[in-house]
Write a protein that binds this ligand. Structure first.
Ligand SMILES: [Zn+2]
Length: 443
């Protein structure tokens, strides 16, 4: 459904060919998706250990999710809260992701409960008699004979049972940063990314078939990762204020499908261990469920304040006028050599993007001591310039001077160096003490 629309947009964009891709300012939080993990025929984890409540994850996640939805609606009345399910129904992970993407969520919060593989214990519950035999042989060759003598022994009778786990507490999961292909697909299928500035949406379409389009999509995916970490950290901090253990942030190697396939910052909360005696009781109690709902709500409120503030200040920062630049000022800072690039040819092109959050990072750029850019705001749209290697120099120095650190320090940029068909990516960080430096050599 998205696909068709997307292809048409790209075609139109090619037809009209407009280079005017506007910078995207950070969006305020308007819609939050709450996903109760599992459901219906998918029971999730089971607390089947001795002394346990025999509860199933799908019911716990639904109860917590319903309370979280109610709490969010109460504390954030202006935000649209969309639960993936409010009853015991089955949804495949792609269905859950579709609900999030179709509702154009700004945040995706998945509620789950953890479990560990349970160990089996045994205990003696009595004893019983068993008949055994002593075996003897007499004679040799064809006269060999087997003689069995029965005797009785008393042996213990055991009962086997599952032992509840010791591990308890709340942990938060993020999609693995190195496996963003599903995230990229979700980012690329989002029409919203193409239409954030005004009515002429057709002109703003990103062509993802181009290297630039792919880089922009990657930047969006990275941006979600940074925001996901921010929210996850806040949830962890809120849980830490309660009596229960906050186990911190994790990234799963194999990836978590729903987190990767959603076009928005996304976290998965393993609220507690269903296989642990205290945790299972906590997770099944109205009091525990409410406490978790309130912790998560507090974290989301803090996150929303932070993002909304960033959105407001980034809009202001982009209006800062360019000023003339004193070359000497960069000499006060030390140089951090980030990469050496061996050039095959003398001419090369440099594209600079804001890396991660579009948070108002502003830079000045010097090449062999001369100003190339002055007070430039970095966005997901590249700032491009062409440079030539000086034949009289063994090394050509490109220096990035951070005019500010944006709202999320340090100042981070993604640099793409293109010469002929060769492209090199460099991540540039610079701050109030260090300039980021890339050296070019031409043999
Ligand atoms: Zn689960």
């Amino acid at each position: 459904m998205f696909k068709k629309n997307f292809v048409i947009k790209v075609l139109l964009a090619t037809l009209f060919f407009s280079p005017a891709v506007h910078a995207q300012t950070p969006k305020k939080i308007k819609t939050i998706i709450v996903d109760a993990g599992h459901g219906g025929k998918d029971f999730g984890a089971h607390g089947g250990y001795e002394g346990g409540l025999n509860s199933y994850e799908k019911n716990i996640t639904l109860d917590i999710s319903n309370k979280l939805v109610a709490e969010l609606r109460k504390q954030l009345p202006d935000v649209k809260i969309v639960p993936t399910r409010t009853t015991d129904i089955y949804q495949s992970p792609p269905e859950k992701a579709d609900i999030a993407n179709e509702n154009k969520g700004d945040l995706f919060v998945c509620i789950h409960a953890d479990a560990v593989n349970l160990q089996t214990g045994r205990r003696q519950i009595g004893s019983h008699h068993e008949t055994r035999y002593h075996v003897k042989y007499t004679g040799k060759g064809r006269k060999k004979k087997k003689i069995s003598t029965a005797y009785t022994v008393t042996v213990p009778t055991y009962e086997y049972y599952k032992i509840g786990s010791k591990r308890s507490g709340t942990s938060i999961w993020l999609f693995a940063a190195h496996k963003t292909s599903e995230k990229l697909k979700a980012v690329m299928n989002n029409e919203d990314l193409q239409i954030e500035s005004g009515s002429d949406s057709v002109y703003n379409a990103i062509d993802f078939d181009t290297p630039e389009g792919r880089i922009r999509a990657k930047i969006y995916a990275d941006r979600y990762q940074k925001k996901s970490i921010k929210l996850a950290t806040m949830v962890d901090e809120e849980v830490d204020k309660t009596d229960r253990a906050a186990l911190g942030l994790n990234q799963r190697q194999k990836g978590i499908w729903v987190l990767q396939a959603t076009n928005m910052p996304a976290i998965l909360i393993e609220t507690g261990f269903i296989t642990n005696y205290e945790d299972e009781r906590y997770l099944n109690s109205a009091k525990g469920q409410q406490e978790l709902a309130e912790c998560i709500t507090s974290a989301i409120k803090r996150y929303k304040d932070d993002i909304d503030h960033t959105a407001a200040t980034a809009a202001t920062l982009q209006k800062i006028p360019e000023t003339s630049l004193a070359v000497e000022k960069y000499a006060e800072r030390s140089k951090n050599i980030l990469k050496r690039i061996d050039l095959q040819q003398a001419n090369f092109k440099v594209d600079l993007y804001d890396d991660g959050d579009i948070d108002g990072d502003i830079v000045s750029v010097f090449y062999n001591g001369k100003a190339v850019l002055s007070n430039k705001s970095l966005t997901e749209k590249p700032v491009s310039f062409n440079l030539v290697a000086d034949p009289n120099k063994t090394e050509n120095e490109l220096l990035i001077y951070a005019e500010n650190e944006g709202n999320i320090p340090p100042n981070t940029a993604l640099m793409i160096v293109t010469e002929g068909n060769t492209r090199t990516e460099v991540r540039i960080t610079s701050d109030a003490k260090k300039n980021g430096v890339v050296l070019f050599t031409k043999k």
